[in-house]
Write a protein that binds this ligand. Structure first.
Ligand code: ZN
Length: 343
């Protein structure tokens, strides 16, 4: 089937589970009750994706507080009680970040419980999202390695073993989230691609790297506004990603100032095109989505194109996020020339 659909990863959490519309929400429950509520929220996330016609689904990241800290905080060597504020993504905004206090080691599975649950709850193709090595080190304080590259390869090692275990549980697509790649081009070239490839080494599944301009939060929106009429980040990044071992690149296009011609710089990588803008509550029409897919078709053959949201939808309103999911499914159906999915 042409133009399969997926989402970048996260969906809003229900307000009975966590504080809504926040990037670092507090859980409203604890212990077994929290685990059960996360599973229920995962059911809702899967249901909404399926009824919108999304082909490759995620658990909506309903079991993690934050897309980086949920993974990194479960590893040995990362102290989640030692929080310090730091500027992240080139000092675009400040965040309270845990600290690397010793050698990073994965001593237990991080996302196996929720993936086991999700695998059992859907027959669709299942994707897991895992933060990439560079984005992890850019979202932690380092009191041990003294080198971003050294720390990144330690995390890459942990990611590799996590992927192996999740694929054995039936996860079919692994997406490494590297928004930091869109900021630190020199580091991407020097060690970022090598760290990404180390994380994906031996992965017996489809692999994707997600590079974006971030969640639709005020700091990111202000940054984007300052980037001018033509955003050149991908023109630096795509030729570097083309040299990596990853199968596909997930990126932002809808509602952006990304020049469409940059799609020609992806080399032989497949494209997971962002056709839903997460920086606005305006709901795309299915025709808007189909038009963005048409733009990608001018540069890539159909068999290399799939469609997604520009970024995660964790901080959005639930009704807006679900409506955008339906626009995504319906727009891809138009581009295929097939009937809209029944919703
Ligand atoms: Zn993103």
């Amino acid at each position: 089937m042409r133009f399969p659909t997926t989402i970048a990863g996260s969906l809003p959490k229900p307000d009975w589970l966590a504080d809504p519309e926040k990037l670092w929400p507090s859980w409203h429950l604890a212990g077994d009750a929290l685990r059960a509520a996360q599973d229920d929220a995962t059911r809702v996330a899967l249901f909404e994706q399926q009824r919108a016609g999304i082909d490759i689904v995620t658990d909506g990241e309903q079991s993690r507080r934050h897309f980086v800290h949920g993974f990194a905080g479960s590893l040995d060597g990362v102290d989640t009680s030692k929080i310090a504020r730091r500027g992240i993504r080139g000092d675009r905004y400040e965040a309270d970040c845990p600290t690397i206090v010793g050698p990073v080691r994965r001593t237990r599975a991080v996302h196996a419980d929720e993936m086991r649950f999700a695998r059992d709850a859907t027959a669709r193709r299942l994707k897991i999202t895992i933060p990439g090595p560079m984005t992890i080190v850019d979202t932690l304080n380092d009191a041990h390695y003294g080198s971003r590259a050294k720390a990144a390869f330690a995390f890459a090692h942990a990611i590799r073993y996590e992927i192996e275990e999740l694929v054995a549980l039936g996860v079919e697509v692994v997406q490494i989230d590297e928004p930091a790649f869109n900021v630190y081009f020199d580091e991407v070239e020097a060690w970022g691609i090598a760290a990404l490839d180390a994380a994906l080494a031996g992965a017996a599944c489809e692999t994707v790297v997600h590079v974006c301009y971030g969640y639709g939060v005020p700091a990111n929106n202000a940054w984007k506004h300052a980037l001018g009429d033509e955003w050149n980040q991908y023109a630096h990044l795509f030729p570097l990603l083309a040299q990596s071992a990853v199968d596909a690149v997930s990126f932002e296009l809808a509602g952006s100032h990304v020049p469409e011609r940059v799609l020609g710089a992806l080399g032989d990588k497949n494209a997971v095109v962002g056709v839903i803008d997460v920086a606005t509550d305006r709901i795309e029409t299915p025709e808007d989505v189909a038009a963005t897919i048409e733009a990608a078709r001018r540069y890539l053959p159909d068999e290399r194109i799939s469609c997604s949201t520009n970024c995660g939808m964790a901080p959005m309103r639930r009704d807006v996020a679900y409506a955008k999911l339906r626009a995504l499914g319906a727009g891809a159906a138009i581009a295929r020339g097939s009937e809209r999915p029944r919703v």
